[in-house]
Design a protein around this ligand. Structure first.
Ligand SMILES: Nc1nc2c(ncn2[C@@H]2O[C@H](COP(=O)(O)OP(=O)(O)OP(=O)(O)O)[C@@H](O)[C@H]2O)c(=O)[nH]1
Ligand SMILES: [Mg+2]
Length: 309
């Protein structure tokens, strides 16, 4: 039935977890469904470290889209926390989307992920949908065999094909999700786009630049700690953050010659912040070598992360 201000129909609200291998495009897809950037994205695997809920309004439905870290074989404590966050996000949802990078073709890690989802205790009869992403990169003829192959591993309730980057199929996915989530009151005000605390979101925008501007393993060895935000009388935001790395040698790389690298990181992050906050931003970054930060409970708390033993 069409909705109108006189006849808006019942409200719906549901939690949809986006799960998948690292780099499948989960965060890009959350941003596309929400219609604005709430999650950071990079070409490097393991960009997302914490769960984040993007909020999309589709007609009378509020979709709570839980972006999760990619699932991979963990080695470090931080890895274990990331994968733990992903499984918790999956466990707490009404519906799960397994997001697959269709351009990678049949990948063993995706097949074992489908097996793990099929066997996951507690998932019960919760619907799991297959979302083949990045279809802009793949000839159509290759998509059907991939969908069939994965459906052999796990009987997905639905199979959809999208490009989070171009938006192809994203509107349709939003509509289908809106029909699938249960009736119920909205859990967030309708103008909220995510559940993130502003200071942590702004720290993520800086971390995104670390992934975009630093090479090799450096981004994985770094974190961005929010220190302080103040509003100036003219409405501009003053944002102070600290980039943590593991070793002095890494600090030298992040700072760059004459401070050039950290300046470039700051300039790009500031532009993103100004767009997100719709106001001028003055960003103050310091870089600190803090050996073993990834195993320090106090640092984790400041980063808004849940400690794992
Ligand atoms: N061509 C193309 N690229 C895409 C698409 N969706 C995402 N990407 C790119 O894929 C890369 C990874 O995207 P993310 O959204 O960060 O992937 P993720 O699944 O959140 O990755 P992790 O957080 O590391 O698990 C980025 O470079 C995106 O721009 C798509 O539909 N088409
Ligand atoms: Mg991500």
């Amino acid at each position: 039935m069409p909705t109108s201000p006189e006849n808006p129909g019942p409200t719906r609200c549901g939690v949809v977890a986006l799960a998948g291998a690292p780099n499948a495009g989960k965060s890009t897809l959350v941003n596309a469904l929400v219609g604005t950037k709430v999650a950071i994205v990079s070409p490097r695997a393991q960009t997302t470290r914490r769960r984040l809920t993007g909020i999309a309004m589709v007609g009378t439905a509020q979709l709570l889209l839980v972006d999760t870290p990619g699932i991979f074989t963990p080695r470090r404590r931080l890895d274990r926390a990331m994968v733990g966050e992903a499984w918790e996000g999956i466990g707490d949802s009404d519906l799960v989307l397994l997001v697959v990078d269709a351009a990678r073709g049949p990948a063993p890690e995706v097949e074992s992920l489908a097996d793990a989802l099929a066997a996951a205790p507690g998932l019960g009869r919760r619907p799991i949908w297959l979302v083949l992403n990045k279809i802009d990169l793949v000839p159509r003829a290759q998509l059907l065999p991939l969908a069939a192959r994965l459906n052999n591993r796990l009987a997905f309730r639905e199979t959809l094909m999208v490009s989070a980057a171009t938006g192809d199929g994203v509107f349709d996915l939003g509509q289908r999700l809106a029909e699938a989530v249960p009736e119920g009151p909205w859990l967030f005000p309708e103008d909220r786009v995510s559940d993130a605390v502003t200071s942590l979101f702004l720290a993520e925008l800086t971390r995104e630049q670390l992934y975009l501007q630093l090479r090799e393993e450096l981004p994985h060895a770094a974190a961005v700690e929010p220190e302080r935000i103040a509003e100036r009388p003219d409405g501009a935001l003053e944002v102070h953050q600290r980039i943590l790395v593991d070793r002095e040698s890494q600090k030298a790389i992040v700072v760059g010659r004459g401070g050039s690298r950290v300046k470039a990181i700051g300039a790009a992050a500031r532009r993103e912040m100004e767009q997100a906050m719709a106001t001028r931003v003055h960003l103050f970054l310091t870089v600190k070598a803090r050996p073993g930060w990834a195993d320090d409970r106090h640092v984790w708390r400041d980063l808004g992360m849940v400690w794992v033993d």
